[in-house]
Write a protein that binds this ligand. Structure first.
Ligand code: COA
Length: 641
């Protein structure tokens, strides 16, 4: 039974039991209607407590049902029926109270919650707006501006914050069920969310938050629809706002953006559905990190923030102190952002050392030193000498040959690639790169680490750049071709931003610095395929010392930090065109993106054919979570992209 009714005295306890997250699937909706049919006429029932079995209350509607026609009873009708009940309904909330879960809770007359419960309406992240009254009830329970950030921003709040705003009536110290039952025994009559007025207006602050959210949407329709829904609630009678909400919800549910976002939702959860990730894993509690630079400190922080202990090794005391300073700064900013409450227990699990011997007790060591194969091989040899034979040794290289690095170990089967993305404590993606001889339990260990760190682990094979960087180099190459063929850096960057990317490829290079890629191109010059088209505009920029923002000039000139098109760069481009005998042509933004995406898709097809990625879905997950491709396209290699 997905919904059961038990009782304690005159309080009926209605429990939703629909693992894994108690989604409001058809059986749950039926069960709740049935519970109303039974409790309403029962004179032995004075009040009802609604609760969820297992680790969570209700994490939302069942996303798996969204591709089919909705089957009654519909969730808005269930919520309305609970709200209309003549007996007090008390929601007992723990774990995730999201989407349809929060809408059910708002249909109840009172809400009691564990302090750590997370309450939110994340539908916007699935290309939707709430469809069961969420946009109409929430602004009646919390200030409209808070409702706006929760609905159009999709960000949940804690129950503690909910209490402050009035969404929660009481927090339970320990026994949620008993607290809710006591509450229900004392509750006086139904108290309906929809009967409350909206307390607040569409003032200047509201407009400011709405404008910020709309600007961040970068083409995602659900965000603008969510803002409009909250505005309607402020302006309209609840019945009208409810009807408009439902129409918008159903329209968005069938939209290409929502379909693409649903596909991505399941793709992100399926990346480690691989037999190699399912077997027994080795321990990962004690981590070593080699290198305290930006990447090393970020990886150390990612581990510490998720409860692991970390020893960071640097070559001397000065570098170790600098690494520790970087790490402390990240942990402190995480506390400011509310990710941790107290920095002390986190920092207590961290130490630095200058001797590899300090890593003798580590379960897993990740090297994050300079991107040079000789340096990395040397680190691996030193680790081999001091680590336990069962410790996993990982490299954070972003493109080097991990087979060569693994071959330096007596037992190469314990080597693996863990390619983090910067900033490593924030970015969700982790490419798990599998050298030829890696053992299955090492792969399972890397998968366990990804989950423990809250990251999306994607399995990748060995090639230059693995999945993401390899595809991105094809994409950058095409952008260079476009310059030689007639486009300007500004046109290319504008087209990319219009597509929904946070930045264009040239402004991105100016931000990151052009010199590292230049050094790499020079190293590879001797082995370059002479038949392949090569555009040397970037090389010419570098030869003039135009390394980007750090030298004040790159693809753009910088005027007070703002990029402005550069005459010098235009000249270099014009010369390159004439020496390649190219008559420049005009491109529209669509032409530019079509060419860039076609190059990217053709490289993605090669990545798939060579078995570097398991599936097109995995590639989309990488491009969205590692490289800023807009989520609402589902990723660049879906048909909707
Ligand atoms: N509908 C259907 N299945 C869902 C679901 C939903 N709303 N929410 C989660 N699941 C499934 C996941 O697909 C996963 O299934 P799997 O184990 O077969 O892969 C399982 O529940 C666990 O989810 P997962 O995300 O891996 O667990 P988590 O503990 O990391 O996160 C949540 C839990 C609830 C925070 C997260 O799943 C989530 O954000 N869910 C969506 C919430 C939402 O958007 N609700 C509004 C829907 S309109």
């Amino acid at each position: 039974m997905t919904v059961t009714i038990t009782s304690q005295g005159d309080v009926a306890i209605v429990t939703i039991d629909n693992p894994p997250v108690n989604a409001t699937s058809h059986a749950v909706r039926m069960g709740l209607m049935d519970a109303l049919t039974k409790t309403e006429p029962d004179s032995a029932v004075r009040a009802v407590v609604l609760t969820g079995a297992g680790r969570t209350f209700v994490a939302g509607a069942d996303v798996k049902e969204f591709d089919a026609e909705p089957v009654p009873p519909h969730l808005p009708d269930v919520v309305a029926a609970i709200e209309a009940a003549t007996k007090p309904w008390v929601a007992a909330l723990h774990g995730h109270v999201l989407g349809g879960g929060l809408e059910l809770a708002m249909g109840c007359h009172w809400r009691v919650a564990m302090p750590q419960a997370r309450l939110g309406l994340p539908e916007v992240t699935l290309g939707l707006i709430p469809g069961a009254g969420g946009t109409v009830r929430l602004p009646r329970l919390v200030p409209p501006q808070t409702a706006l950030t929760m609905i159009a921003g999709g960000k949940p709040i804690t129950a503690e914050a909910g209490l402050k705003f009035g969404l929660i009536d009481a927090l339970a110290e320990d026994d949620l069920r008993q607290t809710a039952i006591q509450f229900a025994k004392a509750a006086q009559g139904p108290r309906r969310s929809l009967s409350k007025p909206v307390t607040g207006a569409r003032d200047e602050n509201f407009a400011k938050v709405a404008a910020q959210l709309a600007a961040k949407a970068r083409g995602q329709q659900s965000v603008t629809a969510a803002i409009a829904a909250v505005e309607r609630t402020i302006d309209m009678a609840p019945e009208q706002a409810l009807a408009a909400e439902r129409t918008t919800f159903l329209g968005l549910k069938a939209s290409p953006q929502a379909k693409a976002l649903r596909r991505l939702f399941f793709a992100e959860r399926a990346t480690l559905n691989d037999p190699r990730c399912k077997g027994p894993a080795r321990p990962i509690d004690r981590v070593g990190v080699i290198g305290g630079g930006t990447m090393g400190a970020g990886i150390a922080a990612a581990c510490l923030l998720r409860g692991l202990t970390v020893t960071m090794v640097e070559r001397n005391a000065e570098s170790a102190a600098a690494g520790a300073t970087r790490l402390h700064a990240i942990v402190e900013s995480s506390a400011k952002r509310g990710i941790i409450v107290d920095t002390r227990p986190v920092l207590d699990r961290f130490k630095t050392a200058t001797d590899y011997a300090a890593l003798a007790d580590r379960d897993l060591v990740i090297e994050a030193v300079f991107e040079d194969i000789d340096v990395k091989c040397d680190v691996f040899r030193q680790l081999d000498a001091v680590l336990r034979p069962d410790a996993v040794i990982a490299t954070n290289t972003s493109y080097l040959d991990i087979n060569t690095i693994a071959a330096t170990l007596r037992d190469p089967s314990r080597a693996i690639g863990l390619h983090f993305f910067s900033p490593a404590h924030i970015m969700k993606l982790l490419e798990i790169v599998l050298p030829d001889q890696v053992s299955d339990d090492v792969v399972a260990t890397a998968a366990k680490l990804a989950k423990r760190l809250g990251k999306i682990g994607v399995l990748a094979g060995i090639c230059d750049g693995f999945i993401g960087n390899r595809i991105m180099s094809a994409y950058r190459r095409e952008a260079d071709y476009l310059l030689e063929d007639g486009a300007s850096p500004t046109q290319v960057d504008d087209a990319m931003r219009a597509y929904g990317l946070p930045m264009g490829v040239f402004e991105m290079q100016d931000l990151a610095g052009l010199d590292i890629a230049w050094a790499m191109r020079k190293r590879r010059a001797a082995t370059r395929d002479p038949t392949e088209r090569y555009v040397d505009i970037a090389d010419q920029l570098c030869a003039l010392g135009r390394f980007g923002q750090k030298t004040g000039k790159g693809w753009y000139d910088y005027d007070n930090g703002m990029p402005v098109p550069s005459k010098k760069v235009d000249e270099i481009i014009a010369k390159a065109r004439s020496s390649a005998k190219i008559t420049p042509r005009r491109f529209t933004a669509d032409d530019i993106m079509e060419r860039i995406l076609a190059a990217l898709r053709s490289e993605a097809a090669a990545v798939l054919a060579e078995g570097i990625a398991r599936s097109a879905d995995d590639i989309n997950v990488v491009m969205v979570n590692g490289y800023g491709f807009p989520r609402w396209t589902g990723g660049p290699i879906t048909s909707s992209g």
